[in-house]
Design a protein. Structure first.
Length: 279
């Protein structure tokens, strides 16, 4: 035990964390920012102390090392909850610098970290900048969508974002949420082409959700979705398929007369050689 205590004292007296931190502070004060950042990084690797992480983030930000700054402030927010406000300020400063310098990677990392450390901190303008550069993954878009929509400067931007998010949800297999997003765009957009695309997406998703409910032996839950697809355009391929599924759902619910009526309507609307039908 005495041997280890002696070794610890020797280490502390010969460049241990305390001395290294003092050296880094001196380097930073004298303008040797790169040396200070390197020293703070070594300390942070040994022990992620909140004080050291804050110094590392600030020094890296001062030296333009935005990736290092973002990582340090993100760690500060995660590992020292009492300093989350300070971490959020640092991440905001890093995002601002990255946006100004056109550093897309650092901006993306800063915005995602900020959403984790301080989800209520306004970051919409940064998210919009990333959306314009089309660099966010669908998962990141889902996380940051509220910020982007809140910061959208006009209805055109909002509708464009909603369409993008809806298509992301379709790709992720979440047609129920996608249908709601398409529905919102179809109701509010003044752009005819966008309304048509939104209504087609809404109909396709409503048909998908209705079919899945029917396949899960939930015919009553399938009805409103299938009726929604039909109401959008009963003569389209989505509408005709929805009528076929609707007739099946009605039969499953014991309404054979209603199913026969739907079959008759579908037969009149379907082109003779279309072959359209639910498989």
């Amino acid at each position: 035990m005495k041997r280890w205590a002696t070794l610890a004292l020797l280490l502390l007296g010969c460049g241990g964390p305390t001395n290294l931190e003092r050296q880094a502070d001196g380097d930073l004060a004298d303008g040797r920012v790169d040396a200070a950042v390197a020293a703070y990084q070594r300390m942070a690797e040994r022990s992620p102390d909140g004080r050291v992480l804050a110094k590392l983030g600030s020094a890296a930000l001062r030296g333009g090392k935005l990736g290092i700054a973002v990582d340090a402030f993100a760690r500060l927010g995660r590992e020292d909850p009492s300093r989350r406000a300070e971490a959020a300020d640092g991440l905001d400063a890093a995002a601002r610098a990255a946006d100004r310098l056109g550093d897309t990677l650092a901006l993306r990392l800063a915005v995602i970290a900020l959403a984790d450390v301080a989800p209520n901190r306004p970051a919409g303008r940064y998210v919009l900048a990333l959306e314009k550069r089309n660099v966010l993954t669908p998962g990141e878009r889902a996380l940051l969508a509220p910020s982007a929509l809140a910061a959208a400067p006009d209805a055109e931007t909002s509708d464009s974002l909603l369409m993008r998010y809806a298509r992301d949800r379709v790709a992720a297999g979440d047609c129920e949420l996608a249908a709601g997003l398409f529905r919102a765009v179809a109701r509010r957009s003044p752009v005819r082409e966008r309304v048509a695309a939104a209504r087609e997406g809404q109909a396709r998703c409503a048909l998908t959700v209705g079919r899945l409910r029917l396949e899960a032996r939930q015919p009553a839950e399938a009805l409103p979705w299938l009726e929604e697809a039909i109401a959008i355009d009963s003569a389209s391929s989505n509408g005709l398929a929805a009528m076929d599924y609707l007739a099946r759902a009605l039969r499953a619910l014991g309404d054979s007369d209603g199913a026969a009526v739907i079959d008759g309507v579908r037969a009149r609307k379907a082109p003779a050689d279309s072959g359209t039908g639910a498989q």
